[in-house]
Design a protein around this ligand. Structure first.
Ligand code: ADP
Ligand code: MG
Length: 367
């Protein structure tokens, strides 16, 4: 499980050999290609950059012809824009902002898309025992996490915490209502995942053979892509790659509390909150989650950061379909990874602990 890292990698989690493992190289790594038609044809590759949901989006598409790749990359960007228009709470006119602004206890009609997003977010809240909680908008506000940051007084924190929690959202088919004044939904922990899934689907529908999306550090690959190596950075020095991971058609999300933290009077606070205390989660390092579904990867990287390595590892025990790498900051970084990554995680020097294979959870009762 060791290997030498090349130096000079520069992104927190970035596509290392941008498309060495994509397009032309795909032909030599044919075992990964689902469709021989794509391997045999001359692939055209298009890369586009856009700014969406407050972060950078890089879309790379390979298709049989350039016109198709162009169309597919446009479709991907349009899909992200649609998700942004629905979920962004940075504007007042998104569908989610309108729901957040609704009078408590009155039913609000939901588009099928927002309804699905919210059911999914609630699903991950339940699955993670509340470590992922999209109902933290009141806390994001009181800590001014979207501005320069501020430390709330004990009373402010208490008031804000009492209006926080997705349990104050009552979802019914086609409608939702908010049960508590001051409550709001924050899309920060799941919106990128929703956008990634939608963008990948749009590109494939438009004829893309392979689509690679890098959205503010969460990377998704879909279609007939050859594997690509991505970096996992040192939490204390995001320019230094600690490990690299070979990814296929799946999504990889990293959460850490230092990379987007705030400083208030010299004390650093992270942007990921522990919904139970209402305070920023401990800044112990970073967690990278590998999952087929970008929404799962997005929600779970946030949740596992909140849980921390110990509780997180317990949580992963019954979930073989989710892989994760915990990088704990200390003198010597400690890396803990799930067994599913054994053959595709390369680490230079640092200690790695590989978890025993996860056992599927058994049903609560059997006949
Ligand atoms: P990033 O957006 O940097 O990739 P995450 O995906 O982990 O990081 O999302 C963090 C964002 O999610 C925060 O900026 C905030 O908007 C929101 N958030 C903070 N704490 C939680 C939490 N416990 N559960 C769900 N969303 C959260
Ligand atoms: Mg996340």
């Amino acid at each position: 499980m060791t290997g030498v890292l090349e130096t000079g990698r520069r992104r927190l989690v970035g596509i290392v050999s941008t498309l060495a493992g994509f397009g032309l190289a795909a032909a030599s790594a044919g075992s990964f290609l689902a469709s021989p038609a794509i391997a045999e044809s001359t692939l055209a590759t298009v890369e586009r950059r856009a700014w969406a949901m407050g972060t950078r989006l890089v879309v790379t598409v390979a298709a049989d012809r350039r016109a198709i790749a162009l169309g597919a990359s446009e479709a991907a960007i349009r899909a992200v824009a649609e998700v942004e228009a629905r979920l962004s709470t940075w504007t007042h006119d998104s569908e989610l902002s309108r729901l957040n602004g609704a009078v408590p206890a009155t039913a609000v009609a939901l588009s099928p898309e927002l309804e699905a997003d919210l059911f999914e977010a609630v699903h991950w809240w339940r699955e993670t025992g509340g470590a992922f909680d999209p109902g933290v908008a009141s806390l994001v506000d009181v800590w001014n996490l979207r501005g320069r940051g501020r430390v709330p007084t004990a009373t402010e924190l208490e008031t804000s915490l009492s209006a926080s929690g997705i349990r104050f959202l009552v979802l019914e088919p086609g409608t939702a209502r908010i049960e508590r004044a001051g409550f709001g939904i924050d899309e920060g922990g799941f919106g990128k995942g929703v956008a990634l899934r939608s963008a990948a689907a749009a590109a494939l529908e438009s004829g893309a053979g392979c689509v690679v999306l890098d959205f503010g550090g969460q990377i998704s690959m879909d279609g007939s892509c050859a594997p690509a190596w991505i970096d996992i950075a040192d939490p204390s020095d995001r320019h230094r790659g600690l490990a690299r991971l070979k990814m296929g058609a799946e999504s990889v999300a990293t959460s850490g509390n230092s990379e987007r933290g705030l400083s208030v009077e010299g004390v650093r606070y992270g942007h990921i909150l522990d919904p139970r205390s209402g305070r920023p989660a401990a800044d112990w390092g970073t967690v990278t989650v590998v999952a087929k579904d970008p929404v799962a990867a997005d929600c779970l990287s946030t949740a596992l950061l909140v849980m921390g390595p110990r509780e997180g590892i317990e949580w992963l025990r019954g979930r073989p379909e989710i892989d994760a790498v915990f990088v704990e900051r200390s003198e010597e970084e400690k890396i803990t990874a799930t067994a599913g990554l054994e053959s595709r995680l390369e680490v230079s020097g640092e200690r790695v602990e590989l978890l025993p294979p996860a056992q599927p959870r058994t049903a609560a009762f059997s006949h």
